[in-house]
Design a protein. Structure first.
Length: 683
């Protein structure tokens, strides 16, 4: 036991000796200049003080200027906030001032921190250019300057830093093109999103074989996606979305077998989706939306069994969708196929019942044809968004949809649906947006019961009849109600007129009766009311003048009568005002001259009389917007007869003319006659 321990002790001594020897050897072999450089901490101090001199931190208030208060020469700089030194010598290895509310510029003297391996100044308000001297930091592995206000080009020296492993310059105002020379032998992550970069993506990027992440989205890069990128076998994340890239997606992308995330959406890409993308067995997210991609979705792609998000919307894709899609992609959360020319049946949606995490399903604006089977009710309980407008969906709305209890948006508009709205839909308590317009739905609108979260109800151009249920007016969050072009009748529920949050109300082209109640003054936030072509009657309440936010008001083609209230002249923001085809009588309120934003005013086909007021609105109205009234006058440019007052003034001016010109000439003729007769008599 003892022997054992002493042996161990001796071993340790031995090791220590060897280490000392090694150390001495190293010291000797190093040049004295090197030693001096490593031990002399004065350049680091000077660099940090130079950095401090060009920045301030905090909200401008000296008391929360952290750097000014903390970076004082009373304490060794290795204890300063954000500064970390090497354990072996007093040299700065890391400067981390992420989220310090820093303002000012980045001092070029930072490049004298020659031991620096990590520089993080993200999420500040630093402005100005990135100093090109930063490219001289020989040990820098991490450079993070994201989320600042930096502008100007990225210095080419930055792209020649052999030590760099990560570079993050996202969300700045950097411009110019990326350096064509890229020498990053150790780089793993490049994130330069959301800047103003132009030009091509450098081909040299393909030489950075250690790359795992490339994020260049949100710039204005042009050119094509280089097929050479297919060689980056370590790549897990590739995003070049939101640029102006053209050309086709190279087939070589299918070689990136480790890739999990591929985002090329929002570009001008053309050509077909290469079938090689089906080789990407680890692919979880594929975004190709908003491009000009054509052809059908390759069958191989439907085999990407780890897929979570697949978005190919807004392209020119054709052909059917694999009916077993849901079986091969059980983890699918987002499927967005909208705005293409995809065709065939909707059977694939039934297979999506296997995707228990499905949250977003978008098939709108394609050429899909068929019925919505009741199986739709067996879709994921997590489904929040279901967009299916603009297809050829016929049959009725399945009652099963009422099971999708997480649904926030349901859009079945612009299809060929028939039948009534199933009452089960009214169980969807979380529903906020419900679009069923432009179908052939009939029956009455069910009482909305529990749907207190509805913000938009849009059912135009169907065959709905009966009355609006009172309960619609009780939906506290209701912002938009569009029931236009139906056969709804009876009176508009009083509760609706006091729905304070309402922004847009369109009940046009129905058969509503009754008058507008004074309670409507409560619609303080309303921007647009369209009640045209109904059977509404009575006087218009002067309360209408309280709707100060309104920009669009159409009451035309109804049976309203009485005077147009003077208060309507207080709708200062109104741009469109149509009261035509009613039985309004009396005069046009003088207050209408105050309506300075109106660019369309129609008072035609009423029983108005009296003077057409003056003011901006009336200076450029056309005759068609005033015609067919009882007895309007004024507005000489529209050739209406002059108003009576103006007739009298003009007749008095005629008298004046008579006195001024006719009388003297008559008098002179008389004088002449008298003289002439005297002259004749004398003869
Ligand atoms: C940093 O180094 C450069 C060149 O070696 C020198 O000109 C400059 O004065 C140094 N800056 C500081 C703050 O020491
Ligand atoms: C820098 O070196 C001086 C003496 O050489 C020493 O007093 C000082 O504490 C050092 N600074 C730091 C931050 O270690
Ligand atoms: C500066 O901040 C560091 C870290 O928060 C702290 O340990 C140090 O005491 C501060 N020094 C001064 C002079 O305030
Ligand atoms: C950015 O900094 C602000 C404070 O300046 C902070 O509130 C915010 O959380 C930071 N954001 C991130 C992503 O760190
Ligand atoms: C890149 O850096 C190396 C040293 O690291 C240097 O020799 C070379 O000249 C630099 N190239 C360019 C184009 O800056
Ligand atoms: C970024 O650049 C744009 C265009 O050059 C300019 O309008 C904008 O003000 C800049 N933003 C900042 C924060 O510098
Ligand atoms: C890539 O950039 C986009 C846009 O700024 C951002 O939303 C995304 O989170 C980034 N991805 C990674 C992995 O950092
Ligand atoms: C990459 O893909 C292309 C086209 O699919 C293929 O011809 C090439 O051999 C692949 N290269 C590598 C390095 O795997
Ligand atoms: C899709 O094709 C049509 C004609 O087939 C064309 O008019 C349209 O511009 C194309 N759209 C895109 C996004 O390429
Ligand atoms: C899809 O995967 C199955 C096995 O999971 C395989 O038999 C089939 O050939 C694959 N299809 C395509 C088009 O790659
Ligand atoms: C929906 O699922 C239930 C239970 O899982 C099952 O009994 C029913 O047949 C399914 N409905 C349809 C139409 O597939
Ligand atoms: C009517 O006469 C008055 C007074 O001369 C004048 O101010 C007004 O512009 C005239 N109105 C019309 C419609 O011509």
């Amino acid at each position: 036991m003892y022997v054992h321990a002493s042996l161990l002790f001796a071993g340790k001594q031995c090791l220590l000796f060897l280490l000392l020897l090694l150390h001495a050897f190293l010291l000797f072999s190093a040049t004295s200049a090197n030693i001096a450089a490593a031990l002399d901490n004065s350049t680091d101090l000077a660099s940090l003080l130079a950095f401090k001199a060009t920045t301030t931190s905090g909200g401008g208030d000296a008391s929360d200027n952290i750097i000014a208060a903390n970076w004082t020469t009373d304490a060794p700089f290795c204890t300063w906030v954000g500064v970390r030194c090497s354990r072996r010598r007093p040299r700065v290895v890391s400067l981390n001032l992420n989220s310090f509310s820093l303002q000012g510029t980045i001092s070029p003297h930072l490049s004298n921190l020659s031991f620096l391996s990590s520089l993080d100044l993200s999420n500040n308000s630093l402005s100005g250019a990135i100093p090109d001297t930063l490219g001289r930091l020989p040990r820098l592995a991490k450079l993070r300057l994201s989320w600042n206000l930096l502008s100007g080009p990225i210095p080419p020296s930055i792209f020649n830093m052999s030590s760099l492993v990560r570079i993050g310059l996202a969300v700045n105002n950097l411009s110019g093109s990326l350096s064509t020379l890229v020498m990053f032998p150790r780089i793993e992550r490049i994130a330069i999103t959301d800047n103003l970069l132009t030009g091509h993506i450098p081909a040299d990027l393909a030489r950075c074989s250690t790359l795992q992440l490339i994020n260049l989205s949100g710039n204005t890069l042009t050119g094509s996606v280089s097929s050479s990128l297919g060689i980056l076998s370590e790549l897990v994340y590739l995003s070049m979305g939101g640029n102006q890239l053209t050309g086709a997606i190279p087939a070589s992308i299918g070689n990136l077998t480790k890739i999990q995330y591929l985002y090329l959406g929002n570009n001008d890409l053309e050509g077909e989706i290469p079938k090689e993308l089906g080789n990407l067995v680890n692919l979880q997210e594929l975004y190709l939306h908003r491009n000009g991609i054509v052809g059908s979705i390759p069958i191989s792609l439907w085999n990407a069994s780890k897929m979570i998000s697949l978005a190919v919307s807004v392209n020119n894709l054709t052909g059917p969708v694999q009916a077993t899609l849901g079986k091969s992609m059980p983890f699918l959360r987002i499927l967005d196929l909208a705005e293409n020319t995809l065709s065939g049946g909707l059977d694939f949606i039934a297979s999506l019942t296997k995707c228990s995490d499905l949250k977003f399903l978008g098939v709108s604006y394609n050429q899909f044809e068929g019925v919505l089977p009741d199986a739709y009710g067996n879709l994921s309980m997590d489904l929040q968004y279901f967009h299916a407008s603009g297809n050829h969906i016929y049959g009725s709305i399945p009652t099963g949809l009422g099971n999708l209890s997480s649904l926030i948006l349901l859009d079945l508009s612009s299809n060929e649906l028939r039948g009534t709205i199933p009452r089960t839909l009214w169980r969807l308590k979380k529903l906020q947006l419900m679009y069923l317009g432009f179908n052939r739905l009939t029956g009455s609108i069910p009482s909305v019961g529990l749907m207190t979260n509805l913000a938009k109800i849009s059912f135009p151009e169907n065959g709905f009849s009966g009355q609006i249920p009172d309960s619609v007016g009780n939906i506290s969050g209701l912002q938009k109600l569009d029931l236009s072009m139906n056969k709804l009748s009876s009176t508009i529920p009083l509760s609706l007129w006091s729905r304070i949050g309402l922004i847009a109300l369109d009940l046009s082209q129905n058969r509503f009766e009754g008058s507008l109640p004074p309670q409507m003054a409560k619609l303080k936030g309303i921007g647009s009311i369209d009640l045209r072509s109904n059977r509404l009657s009575g006087n218009i309440s002067s309360a209408l003048g309280e709707l100060q936010s309104i920009t669009y008001l159409d009451l035309s083609n109804n049976l309203f009568h009485g005077q147009i209230p003077q208060q309507l002249g207080r709708l200062f923001n109104v741009e469109y005002l149509n009261l035509s085809h009613n039985f309004f009588s009396g005069v046009i309120p003088k207050s209408f001259s105050n309506l300075s934003y109106v660019n369309s005013l129609d008072l035609s086909f009423n029983m108005l009389e009296g003077e057409i007021p003056e003011g901006k609105v009336f200076s450029n109205v056309s005759i068609t917007s005033m015609m067919e009234n009882q007895a309007l006058c004024g507005a000489p440019q529209l050739k209406f007869p002059p108003c009576p007052e103006n007739v009298t003034t003009s007749s008095s001016s005629a008298k004046l003319r008579l006195l001024k010109y006719v009388l003297p000439s008559v008098a002179s003729v008389l004088v002449f006659l008298v003289c002439f007769s005297l002259f004749v008599k004398k003869l």
